[in-house]
Design a protein around this ligand. Structure first.
Ligand code: ATP
Length: 245
């Protein structure tokens, strides 16, 4: 697994990107280490999706450095994407296939052929109920779909997990389940970057929170035990900084 000299799995360094004449990323710098969960919190239009798209190699920055496990997604999109499990806001799976078939098929597309026991082990690790394993995806909730996507990520053993608005539309119990699961993935050594509007979920899960506004990080907060984050202070800071930055 290629790492950068500093051991950082995700590197965005002084990244600038414009759509036409509109600057969207304006000197974005953030790093995520193996085993770390970084929440990128920002309001509408701050540049969260553009950041994800840049890491996935779908948009090319005008300047700056982007590295995913040592690969530049603009120059080597396939190599970079091999390192990434991406869980979008709405997970797209094959609706007419059941959960096992989805996992087997999508892993085969990634060149992997896990045994059924491995797939079941990954479903168990995600807490996907046994009764759901043979059901078609068309009846699955968002939380169940996320569990299938994370099970696939576990089986791919990728070093980087990208999560786009993972808690939107999930009830508090499903959010807590999902957050536990993401912690497990990080504990196995993956670098996790999630983009979100949801301060509570970010505070619950992240080791670090970066406040993104107008395409750059305007503040960062680190989890401090035992309370991790002072959510009220973060909320004040977030609303003030986004308002004045
Ligand atoms: N393909 C595109 N072409 C032109 N402008 C775009 C494109 N994608 C995004 N933008 C603009 O770039 C800015 C940042 O958009 P982006 O989707 O990255 O923000 P975001 O933080 O994800 O917002 P939201 O929370 O609303 O999804 C916005 O002003 C948006 O209109």
């Amino acid at each position: 697994m290629p790492l950068t000299a500093t051991g950082q799995r995700i590197i965005l360094s002084d990244v600038h990107l414009s759509y036409g004449s509109q600057p969207v990323l304006r000197g974005l710098t953030l790093h995520v280490e193996p085993g770390e969960i970084y929440a990128l919190l920002g309001g509408n239009g701050a540049g969260k999706s553009t950041t994800m798209s840049t890491l996935l190699g779908f948009t090319r920055p005008d300047s700056g450095t982007v590295l995913v496990a040592g690969h530049d997604p603009a120059a080597e999109p396939d190599r970079a994407r091999e390192q990434i499990a991406y869980v979008p806001e709405n997970v797209a799976l094959y609706e007419h296939l059941n959960a096992r078939e989805n996992a087997a098929y999508l892993l085969a597309l990634a060149g992997l052929q896990p045994g059924m026991q491995d797939i079941e082990g990954a479903f168990e690790a995600t807490g996907l109920q046994r009764e759901a394993w043979d059901k078609r995806l068309s009846g699955f909730s968002k939380g169940m779909r996320q569990k299938v996507a994370i099970a696939i990520a576990l089986l791919r053993e990728v070093p980087v997990l990208l999560l786009d608005e993972p808690s939107s539309g999930l009830d508090p119990r499903a959010t807590a389940d999902f957050n536990r699961l993401v912690h497990d993935v990080a504990r196995r050594g993956a670098a996790v970057l999630m983009v979100t509007h949801d301060l509570l979920s970010a505070a619950d899960i992240a080791d670090r929170i970066g406040f993104l506004d107008a395409g750059r990080i305007v503040d960062e907060a680190c989890a401090q035990p035992p309370e991790r984050f002072d959510v009220r202070a973060l909320h004040r800071k977030f609303t003030r900084e986004v308002a004045v930055a």
